[in-house]
Design a protein around this ligand. Structure first.
Ligand code: SAH
Length: 351
């Protein structure tokens, strides 16, 4: 293993910071022995904060109606092959009730940017969820909204917000999104969410079109500086009805390597082993955990709509991906030495 790589990895592990060019070096010099070394340190860092615990989140995909046209995404507005749906309040509350009985203590409401979900509707829904399940965390992942909206939702009980930054490079951002969307607004949202006291998650796709080691290095630097509580990364997977339908997917190997590096950047970060990782490899979820992830987010949406939230081709939604199969998921985690816990799974603050 190159001496330079060892020095950088050791410094990252001790100081949790590297220069852009140093992050790029680690990405460009990913050899099996470097991967092994980074992974072992990441697993140790995660263990020292969270032991062998894996947190679970019940993911409820509340709507696939979206006003945006992100070039990579299967639920983009221009996709006329997408069968649209939205859940009503009772359906969402039913998902929570089933999830609670299964041991979920965090509900994530995710969806496209659907104007039907006004602040009033969401605030009422959040108040009901928090009143019925005071021991649960409510997480939203509903895209870009105004600061006022985020404030109202926070006051109504939302604890966390997931909004992937998608890429920390402005020029790259504009290649993945239509001109109606802006990198500045995405960043504005993330900083507003943080100021309003949410636990915030950012993140990006690994292997998205036009992404090079430069862009990934910027993503890592952004994560280091923004200090998110959560970070969602998963491989880009083409969706056949989108402009990127013929592009190639990101890899399991690079995703796992980046999970390990992110764990070293912030040892207490909440890091999901994503559905996309489970989709590109049958053991993807396990491999993400073994690389340093500590969260899984099984699907709690009603069976009838699961296939319709098709962000990318062949997206998993049954087996261990589904909340009903929590026992199967727990068994899979136990087989690699990890324990799924019934817990809100808040970030652990380090002394
Ligand atoms: N509208 C919400 C939720 C988006 S879906 C928002 O804007 O945050 C959640 C994430 O799925 C996105 O942030 C994106 O990073 C990811 N995603 C979308 N299309 C994808 C694809 N083709 N492959 C892999 N991940 C994808």
């Amino acid at each position: 293993m190159s001496k330079e790589a060892v020095v950088l990895v050791d410094r990252l592990c001790a100081k949790h910071t590297l220069d852009l060019s140093e992050y790029r070096f680690l990405i460009e010099n990913r050899t099996p022995d470097v991967v092994e070394y980074v992974t072992s340190l990441a697993v140790e860092a995660r263990r020292s904060v969270y032991q062998n615990k894996v947190f679970i989140r019940g993911l409820i995909e509340i709507s696939n109606v979206c006003k945006n046209d992100c070039l990579y995404c299967g639920i983009r507005r221009a996709n006329t092959n997408c069968q649209r749906y939205r859940l009503d309040v009772d359906e969402i509350l039913n998902c929570c009730s089933q999830g609670y009985d299964l041991g979920f203590r965090t509900f994530v409401l995710q969806g496209g940017e659907d104007g039907h979900f006004t602040d009033d509707l969401l605030c009422e829904l959040l108040r009901t969820i928090k009143w019925k399940y005071p021991d649960c965390a409510a997480t939203l992942s509903l895209g870009e909204r105004s600061r006022e909206s985020y404030k109202k939702l926070r006051d109504a009980g939302a604890d966390r917000y997931l909004l992937r930054h998608e890429t920390a490079d402005m020029a790259h951002y504009s290649k993945l999104h239509p001109s109606t969307m802006s990198f500045h607004n995405r960043m504005r949202c993330l900083f507003d969410l943080k100021e309003l006291g949410y636990q915030v998650g950012c993140g990006f796709m690994v292997g998205s079109p036009y992404q090079t080691a430069n862009e990934i290095a910027k993503d890592l630097k952004f994560i280091e500086q923004f200090e998110p509580d959560m970070c969602g990364i998963g491989p880009f997977i083409p969706q056949s009805d989108t402009p990127f339908g013929m592009e190639k997917a990101g890899t399991l190997e690079l995703t796992c390597y980046l999970l390990s590096i992110i764990r070293l950047i912030k040892p207490n970060i909440l890091l999901p082993s994503t559905t996309a990782l489970g989709t590109i490899h049958p053991k993807g979820r396990e491999m993400g955990i073994l690389a340093g992830a500590n969260v899984v987010m099984p699907n709690l949406s009603p069976q009838s709509v699961r296939k319709k939230y098709a962000l990318y081709d062949n997206k998993l939604s049954d087996g261990s991906e589904s909340a009903e199969c929590k026992a199967e998921l727990a068994a899979r985690m136990a087989s690699i030495g990890y324990e799924v816990v019934t817990d809100r799974g808040d970030i652990k603050m380090l002394p």
